[in-house]
Design a protein around this ligand. Structure first.
Ligand code: ATP
Ligand code: MG
Length: 401
């Protein structure tokens, strides 16, 4: 008997609930899975079945071999970081013939048994009502076959392992389910511009909006020579990590030195941070308009620092021409850190490289800055020229995982 083809079963939850948009969401999910696999050197074929996708790795013709295991591992690691994926199971596919299904089940179960699981049960799910056995019958018969074939005791109440089979156009057998990040597929909520500093918060903010389907592009304001190449490299590294979740990400580095110096000179000192944020909003809004993005995204969280009080947020927003999304607004620092660790950005974020705002940080920042005071200070500045000089110096690069 030849070995069954190995495929990766993909479950997607919320996507399936989207009514008439469902097809578009499914297409977006298929698109991101294919694209991300392709970047990892795997040209997968995607089969659709109601509520499921099946990824078929390249050249996964029937047949054993290390190479096939390696490809499946790689595919699993890519697909488990694609938004819209609820969970994944490496499966063996079999035609709808009983002997072939048993053979596939043995192929799946043998290594699980060998790893020492003392007991098991079978769970069956018959999506294809044309198949002659019911789900309980399939489970019982397959359980019998595995119990005798592998000398493996069944324990329906507390099994150490569960072998599952889904009967569709073909049968799919698997013994393992790996969680995905959930959320919505990339780009289904449109595009946004993420203000990405080298800190802990903004990469997490980008990840959270991407999880809800917003495809972010990153904008980083740098202040040479106060901030150096190392700080910029750190932001690139953060983009690389984010790209492991969202696909390749465009990074705009914006020269911000003239703004920081002008703001610093114009004072008053206590408004410095808010004034700089207002310039960032202006520049980011213009970039967003250029690229067709519909929102700005920041890593601000309520009350974390002086520039993150409601009066500051109000003053900052006034300079933006698009909605400003702040997905961290209700999170504690410890919750943000936990997410940063999960995403993989934490270790990079805590590297000690200066960001522009720590160079020009006021000694006594205002916690209740008034918009009128900001406008008065800005009246002494060539606002439009400064914005134009930022925009003309933008350097864009595409960062992949
Ligand atoms: P982070 O950890 O993201 O730097 P933070 O808590 O240090 O956040 P601030 O330094 O007050 O917060 O910055 C607030 C937000 O402004 C950041 O989350 C980020 O979205 C944006 N921001 C700050 N500095 C920069 C920068 N140099 N380039 C791009 N965006 C920035
Ligand atoms: Mg910061």
């Amino acid at each position: 008997m030849t070995r069954g083809r190995r495929v990766l079963l993909v479950r997607y939850g919320e996507v399936a609930l989207k009514g008439q948009n469902r097809r578009a969401f499914e297409d977006a999910l298929v698109g991101s899975l294919k694209e991300r696999a392709r970047r990892a050197g795997l040209d997968v074929a995607v089969l659709r079945s109601p509520g499921r996708l099946f990824l078929v790795p390249p050249a996964s013709a029937p047949g054993p071999g290390e190479a096939e295991d390696g490809r499946m591992e790689r595919l699993l690691s890519v697909a488990s970081r694609v938004f819209g994926v609820v969970s994944l199971s490496p499966a063996v596919e079999a035609p709808l013939e009983w002997d072939a299904i048993v053979e596939a089940a043995l192929q799946v179960a043998r290594p699980v048994r060998a790893r020492g699981a003392p007991t098991f049960k079978v769970e069956a799910r018959r999506a294809n009502k044309g198949f002659p056995l019911t789900s309980p019958e399939i489970a019982r018969e397959l359980g019998r076959a595995l119990a005798s074939g592998l000398d493996w005791p069944v324990d329906v109440a507390r099994p150490a392992a569960t072998v599952e089979v889904e009967v569709r156009e073909k049968a799919y057998v698997f013994a393992e389910t790996i969680p995905g990040p959930g959320g919505l597929p990339a780009g289904t909520a449109g595009r946004g511009v993420l203000l990405l500093s080298g800190g802990i918060d903004s990469p997490v903010a980008g990840w959270l909006v991407a999880k809800r389907g917003l495809q972010p592009r990153a904008v980083y304001f740098h202040t040479p020579p106060y901030t150096g190449e190392k700080a910029r490299e750190k932001v690139r590294t953060l983009c690389r990590t984010l790209a492991g979740w969202l696909g390749a990400i465009e990074l705009d580095s914006v020269p911000f030195t003239s703004v920081s110096e002008a703001v610093f000179r114009a004072g008053p000192d206590r408004l410095g941070t808010v004034l700089m944020r207002r310039f960032m909003m202006r520049v980011a809004s213009r970039i967003a308009e250029r690229v067709g993005a519909e929102a700005l995204v920041t890593g601000e969280s309520l009350g974390q620092v002086a520039s993150q009080t409601l009066p500051s947020i109000a003053a900052i927003d006034e300079a933006a021409s698009l909605p400003v999304l702040r997905p961290l607004i209700g999170l504690d620092k410890s919750e943000i850190v936990a997410l940063a660790r999960r995403i993989g950005t934490y270790e990079t974020s805590i590297l000690p490289h200066l960001d522009c705002c720590s160079v020009f940080v006021p000694r006594h920042p205002a916690t209740r800055p008034r918009l009128a005071d900001c406008l008065r200070a800005e009246a002494r500045l060539p606002v439009e020229d400064l914005v134009a000089s930022c925009l003309s110096g933008v350097e864009t690069e595409l960062v992949s995982a």
